[in-house]
Design a protein around this ligand. Sequence first.
Ligand SMILES: Nc1ncnc2c1ncn2[C@@H]1O[C@H](COP(=O)(O)OP(=O)(O)O)[C@@H](O)[C@H]1O
Ligand SMILES: [Mg+2]
Length: 281
Amino acid sequence: MTEAVRKGVSGEAARHPRTPEPETPVLVVDDLVVEHRDRGTGQVFRAVDHVSLRIDAGQSVAVVGESGSGKTTLAMAATALGPRGGGDIRLLGHSLSEISRTRLRRLRPEVQVVFQDPHGSLDPRQSVRSGLRELRALQPERTSWIGDAELLGSVRLAPELLDRYPHQLSGGQAQRVCIARALLMRPRLIVADEPTSGLDVSVQADVLALLRQIRATTGAALLMISHDLAVVRSLCDVVHVMYRGRVVESGPCEQVFVTPENDYTRELLAAMPGARWRSRR
Ligand SMILES: Nc1ncnc2c1ncn2[C@@H]1O[C@H](COP(=O)(O)OP(=O)(O)O)[C@@H](O)[C@H]1O
Ligand SMILES: [Mg+2]
């Protein structure tokens, strides 16, 4: 092929780009049912009752609902960290009911969870540095893109904190360390389960701003579990309202919060922090 022909070919290709494949959603939850046994009565009940939702690449989706409505159970099942009963879950295109253990292990780092209690998620016997070293040993290639000091800088923590132990960190600092540990893996999905509700009000806004920045700069999708409407409003595109294990209303945040259709959603909104949210326009 001559140079001119080659150019012609590539020119043709440039004029007629192939329609891009639609990107695989990071998470599809289809008709999920999860049962727990009540610790008091011993009876089995549905903590998650036929729930479906979908998170596209880079999208931020919120699940809101009162305490006990099944949000954490849903998040744990959806990320293959907790029990799962009926229905199907597709994580990055792989059905959890069909996936092999080896592939699931490989998929794990793509999904990172940030929990409500940062001190509970960190090993009290490990300094921040040795905790990161352990993660790096598990995934050497995936984690080599950034050094420890720079990683801490990305969550606005000073490098001196590397030598601290969890009990020497404030709640806000500990949560930033948890977020840094999640970011180290360059996940495609970050699940944040009430990530600011255990923190002082004064640092909640900082951690939210950090999540917003991460959202904008990493392209990771976010599954945000919260009972704070201000949080959801500032971070999410779509919201699902849970009540007693079911999703009772779903839609774009603006629509659900400004013109809720469901009675329970209205009640919940009235009781939630940040509820006096009217239209942004
Ligand atoms: N491991 C478990 N065993 C038994 N019951 C559980 C377990 N985890 C959660 N539950 C119960 O399931 C319901 C939903 O809990 P959860 O998913 O934690 O709700 P949320 O995160 O919305 O507060 C609650 O009634 C809770 O007490
Ligand atoms: Mg919970």
